[in-house]
Design a protein around this ligand. Structure first.
Ligand code: C2O
Ligand code: CU
Ligand code: CU
Length: 470
């Protein structure tokens, strides 16, 4: 039973937002009324290691409360890694180990999970391994996997929805080796997308399951920012960091993007698209080219998800200068095509809300961290038929699997295409329909979670665990 839905208290700050100098009563209302695109985009700072050895980069981070200017002129209390909202970016390389010491200076337990990473089970951020207030934990990330856009976020038992909503999320980019290819450096932009709801004082309002009121759209922790760009190609690392919102992303003038990477890293070849849909937790890397635009031009990144009615703008790109552009999108990107071969084990995974109890469940059971839901043999391919049974009323769900990437075979019998044909760790499951995936664990044994990544659902029990055995 879910009985510990405590309310998180933002202690030191008393929960109330602080107004910036010049602010007064009504500042929040004025902020809400300011036109979109009045704040610049923040690119989260890249974290520096405290120490490097021949094999390993060591980092130290502190989880603590802070304030962030999400709305113009208002400081909102948030939960952060290192005071940043979202957290600082870690840039790592395949084959080079990273160790992150996470100190917990929050007034509450916390756990850090690196989403999309292959890590030993005791570094996966399982909710059974919380960091107590005042304590720390060293997470070891071997990075023995292809380059990819990963992200880290909280995974505290029953609390991940609220703690991620309040700010505990950041980017972890496993970079390709230097090569002449997609835009790099300042032309490689991580964009963490999400939504939020505020009270009259500018504080974040979290109500479990009440996603319809989260109508303010944030990119990298700011409401509808603008970003000055050069007339050249950019790599946008699009990360759906929202608790429950889906994004169908495209540019306002309908220009195409080249999708070059999925959750698991580079695709075999770029895919041209004018729109791409991401459910919570999914990532896609898209290259967009502004070269044909004169300085002074503006366009927006917009969400046209059919569930929202009107398209809504997430951020604006302002073309401010011309630029030399040596980057390119090569016809072969070097990513592998998922092919796990035939499966030896078949399973049904049913996601649904129990109509009598209201609990979110997988195969009729809500999460119990002391129960192993299934055992998987290391090195064996399994095929899972994942079903979303919530037809009436329709409720969206997806499936995220920890500790590996999977191959998506088909959705409602139709083979998937675009970025979904690449390696994935999160996939949308249609109402009343099914998705077949093939899953294999290659390296580590132990407990790995799988769950709906609409975090309000996982926090309410739509989560289970596999024990990977030798
Ligand atoms: Cu990004 Cu278990 O989640
Ligand atoms: Cu994960
Ligand atoms: Cu769900």
């Amino acid at each position: 039973m879910l009985d510990r839905r405590q309310t998180l208290r933002i202690g030191a700050l008393g929960g109330a937002a602080l107004l910036l100098p010049g602010g007064a009563r009504g500042a929040v209302a004025r902020a809400a009324d300011t036109p979109p695109f009045s704040l610049p985009l923040v690119v989260p700072p890249v974290k520096r290691p405290v120490r490097r050895t021949a094999t390993t980069d060591y980092y130290e981070m502190t989880m603590r409360e802070a304030t962030a200017q999400i709305l113009p002129g208002v400081q909102t209390p948030v939960m952060t890694y290192d005071g940043c909202f979202p957290g600082p970016t870690i840039r790592a390389r395949p084959g080079r180990r990273v160790v992150v010491r996470q100190r917990n200076a929050l007034g509450t337990e916390a756990v850090v999970h690196l989403h999309g990473a292959y890590v030993p089970a005791d570094s996966d951020g399982h909710p059974k391994d919380p960091i107590a207030p005042g304590a720390f934990r060293d997470y070891v990330y071997p990075n023995l996997q292809p380059a990819a856009t990963l992200w880290y976020h909280d995974h505290t038992h029953h609390m991940e929805a609220e703690m991620v909503f309040r700010g505990l999320a950041g980017c972890y980019l496993l970079d390709e080796p230097r090569w002449t290819g997609p835009p790099a450096g300042r032309y490689d932009l991580p964009l963490m997308l999400r939504d939020a709801q505020f009270d009259d004082q500018g504080g974040l309002v979290f109500t479990m399951g009440d996603a319809r009121k989260r109508t303010v759209l944030l990119v990298n922790g700011r409401r509808q920012p603008y970003h000055p760009v050069a007339a050249r190609k950019y790599r946008l690392r699009l990360i759906n960091g929202a608790n429950t919102r889906y994004f169908t992303l495209g540019l306002s003038d309908g220009r195409p993007m080249w999708l070059i990477a999925s959750d698991g890293g580079l695709l075999p070849a770029p895919v041209r698209a004018t729109g791409v849909t991401l459910s919570p937790g999914e990532r896609v890397d898209a290259v967009v080219d502004f070269a044909d635009l004169a300085p002074g031009s503006q366009l927006t990144l917009r969400n046209t998800d059919p569930n929202i009615g009107q398209p809504s703008d997430l951020m604006r790109f302002d073309v401010v200068r011309r630029a030399y552009d040596p980057s390119r999108v090569p016809p072969r990107l070097g990513g592998s095509r998922p092919d796990l071969g035939p499966a030896t084990v078949h399973r049904d995974i049913v996601l649904g809300v129990n109509p009598t109890t209201g609990m979110s469940e997988i195969n009729g059971r809500s999460f119990d961290m002391d129960r192993v839901d299934q055992q998987i043999k290391l090195g064996q391919t399994e095929e899972w038929r994942v079903v979303n049974s919530d037809v009436n009323p329709p409720i969206r769900h997806n499936l995220h699997v920890h500790g590996t990437h999977f191959q998506v075979i088909d959705r409602n019998g139709v083979p998937v295409s675009g970025h979904e044909a690449g390696w994935k760790d999160t996939v949308a499951i249609p109402n009343g329909g099914d998705v077949r995936i093939r899953v294999r664990y290659e390296r580590y044994t132990g407990l790995y979670l799988y769950h709906c990544h609409l975090l309000d659902h996982s926090s309410m029990g739509m989560m289970a665990q596999s024990e990977v055995t030798p």
